[in-house]
Design a binder for this molecule. Structure first.
Ligand code: AMP
Length: 369
């Protein structure tokens, strides 16, 4: 993802796809024009990249020039009448091909037709690299189209957002959702994830999703999901991925307006981590960091036995279940450290100390992201 001014953009059309589209345009146009020498006219500023690449691929001799449409002074709206600057050459009797980077509503085309009406050209053809069929409102024929795209704002390859982005060799599409902060709070059972998540969600205005809490809620309400999950949870085993991933997706979708999430107890397997990445991608977002609370096993057992006296959780009730949960963590979950480390997203934090001290250590990591 990239940021230009205040907006975020995600990759949309690769440099290779653009290259292939331009080759196709060059071949199509040269076949139609034959041996005549055409005048290719680029409309500045956006077309500078496409024109440069296009003429390099055009297999026969051609002429190239650029024109610019500028608003009359004092007139702000892009809908207003524009005047042409830069057309100095006599084009009478010539075959002219307008090369556009993008045709959107077609307003620019309207001006071009108006201006060229009096130039006495033999033929006026319109070619565009990108074309938005849903946005195009005019009747002028577009003779050659490179790539059809949906009605979304794009930047790159000559196209800008308030002056920025023209230099990017690929095309990016605007992200419709705002940038989120998404944290995976990680660590073995009893590390204090739930306690810290409560504090962080308020401080950073994030939605806290604890898969363990959602399962317990379902058990309490005797739903089908609860009954299924209970058989695994009571033994300290993990609930199957398919069930957990489906539930997590639904929880995220229920919070469509969230500024970000703290995932507590999820992901616990590689399949879950991959599913989470996919889910975040659909939100034009990603996981920013996995922050792990590091606590010794014996401290964990001691903490959980103590919690079991008041929590009422069957999986906190005896030492063998607790040790099985810790074992599940090391055999299935701890490997996720590698998953996030390889993306430079893993941050270990000492999970022993007062709640306040640990909260400060976590905040320091989040503030640095
Ligand atoms: P927790 O409250 O995070 O300690 O989770 C309690 C129990 O819920 C775990 O021991 C698992 O049985 C189940 N559970 C919670 N999250 C997951 C998950 N991401 N994948 C599989 N099982 C989970």
């Amino acid at each position: 993802m990239i940021k230009l001014h205040d907006k975020y953009f995600k990759p949309f059309i690769s440099a290779q796809e653009i290259d292939a589209a331009i080759s196709k345009l060059a071949n199509e146009i040269s076949k139609d024009i034959g041996d005549e020498i055409p005048v290719f006219i680029g409309i500045l500023n956006g077309s500078f990249m496409v024109v440069s690449d296009f003429v390099k691929k055009y297999p026969k001799p051609c002429e190239v020039t650029f024109i610019k449409l500028a608003s009359y002074e004092g007139v702000k709206s892009t809908e207003d009448i524009q005047r042409l600057i830069g057309l100095t050459q006599d084009l009478s009797g010539r075959t002219v091909v307008i090369l556009e980077d993008i045709i959107d509503t077609g307003n620019t085309l309207h001006e071009i037709h108006r201006i060229f009406k009096n130039e006495g050209v033999k033929a006026l053809k319109i070619a565009t690299l990108f074309y938005k069929p849903e946005a195009y409102k005019k009747d002028f024929k577009i003779h050659y189209k490179g790539i059809e795209i949906p009605k979304k704002f794009i930047v790159g390859y000559g196209l800008d957002y308030n002056g920025l982005g023209r230099d990017i060799p690929e095309v990016y599409q605007i992200c419709t959702t705002q940038k989120m902060t998404n944290i995976v709070l990680f660590g073995p059972p009893g590390a204090g994830k739930g306690t810290q998540a409560e504090f962080l969600k308020d401080k950073y205005n994030l939605v806290h999703i604890s898969t363990g809490d959602v399962f317990r809620y379902n058990i309490k309400n005797e739903t089908a999901l609860g009954t299924l999950a209970k058989s695994y949870m009571d033994k300290g085993d993990l609930v199957p991925d398919e069930v957990t991933i489906k539930m997590l997706n639904a929880e995220v979708d229920r919070n469509a307006d969230a500024q970000g999430f703290i995932f507590d107890g999820f992901p616990r397997t590689n399949a879950q981590a991959e599913a989470l990445d996919k889910l975040m991608e659909t939100k034009d977002s990603n996981i920013n960091a996995m922050i792990a609370l590091e606590v010794d096993d014996e401290v964990l057992v001691e903490r959980l036995l103590k919690r079991g006296k008041t929590s009422g959780r069957p999986d906190d009730a005896n030492e063998s279940i607790i040790r099985n949960r810790i074992k599940e963590y090391y055999t299935k979950t701890a490997i996720l450290k590698d998953y996030y480390s390889s993306q430079d997203k893993y941050f270990g934090v000492d999970g022993v100390g007062s709640i306040q001290e640990i909260a400060e250590r976590l905040s320091k990591v989040i503030d640095s992201l």
